[in-house]
Ligand binder design. Structure first.
Ligand SMILES: NC(=O)c1ccc[n+]([C@@H]2O[C@H](COP(=O)([O-])OP(=O)(O)OC[C@H]3O[C@@H](n4cnc5c(N)ncnc54)[C@H](OP(=O)(O)O)[C@@H]3O)[C@@H](O)[C@H]2O)c1
Length: 269
């Protein structure tokens, strides 16, 4: 089951998963049109159903799983991909948007995982993949709720792996940097600014590849970024003040600052 199937990265994932013969449950917001994507999958010889669900709503989440089980049987793989992001000066962000980010990005993956775990454990087979972000490690400026939820997914995945070790059921977390689709593509179009050259951007196909590799090799975590960033994260862990200085120099904070300026210009017009 793939959430956020209508989004930039979700559509790339759904198309890539056809090669692996998964029966796919494509999940998106009410109102999203998944029919075209479902047809593409079927034309390529895959099998997919499309279901809408507002992931913020507990009753709709339960109903979603009932519907998927009824139509496709038990769930083997859950990809928690749906996500929302609001670039904003934190205290100017509405509480509604803060709660919305917490619900879609963290609560929904945690609760969906809890609901699919019993059937996975019963069959001694299953994998949960949580789509986090480099923002969950680095905490860039103007990204407080997003960064907090993505950091939450990293810790959540690590706990799941520790709890269910040896059961046949496991979890992985994917940390993409800037990817040329979805959220980043929208920010770029809105602000006219590109990701900092010192971080670079990844093609969207790199994310489904990472998801598949994480499942096949049962990997705890994969970073999707063209330039290696683990040394920076090691630096932040060892020397937080120096790491913070380096993070700032790399330019992600400046990128989001430019997005804020573009948003403010747009509001004034
Ligand atoms: N693109 C990047 O550069 C990048 C980098 C790092 C991490 N990520 C992560 O990758 C994942 C996919 O992001 P994306 O770039 O593909 O973004 P996107 O194009 O905005 O797609 C987000 C998806 O989440 C769905 N969604 C949002 N709120 C929902 C709700 N309440 N109920 C159900 N579905 C909801 C959206 O549905 P609607 O379209 O119908 O609203 C859409 O399908 C996210 O978790 C994001 O944080 C992306």
């Amino acid at each position: 089951m793939l959430t956020g199937a209508s989004g930039g990265l979700g559509t790339f994932m759904a198309r890539a998963f056809v090669n692996y013969k998964f029966k796919q449950a494509l999940v998106a917001h009410p109102g999203a049109n998944l029919e075209e994507l479902r047809k593409v999958i079927e034309d390529r010889g895959g099998e997919a159903i499309s279901i809408t669900c507002d992931l913020r709503d507990a009753a709709q989440r339960k109903q979603l799983l009932k519907d998927v089980r009824k139509q496709l049987g038990p769930i083997d793989i859950l990809v928690n991909n749906a996500g929302v992001e609001f670039t904003s000066v934190y205290h100017e962000l509405s509480e509604e948007n803060i709660y919305g980010t917490l619900r879609v990005n963290l609560e929904a993956p945690m609760i969906l995982s809890r609901l699919v775990l019993p059937e996975m454990l019963e069959r001694k087979r299953g994998h949960i993949v949580n789509i986090s972000s480099l923002a969950g490690r680095s905490g860039p400026a103007f990204q407080e709720p997003y960064a907090a939820t993505k950091a939450g997914l990293i810790a959540f995945t690590s706990s799941l792996r520790a709890t269910y070790r040896g059961s046949g059921v496991s979890a992985s977390v994917i940390l993409p940097g800037f990817v040329e689709a979805g959220i980043y593509a929208k920010l770029k179009a809105k602000s006219g600014c590109s990701a900092p050259a010192l971080i670079g951007t990844s093609p969207p196909e790199a994310v489904p590849r990472a998801v598949i590799r994480a499942i096949e090799k049962d990997l705890p975590e994969i970073i999707v970024n063209p330039i290696p960033v683990r040394p920076l994260f090691a630096m932040i862990a060892l020397f937080p003040s120096l790491g913070e200085w380096m993070s700032n120099k790399i330019g992600a904070n400046e990128f989001f600052h430019k997005v804020i300026e573009a948003q403010k210009r747009e509001e004034r017009q």
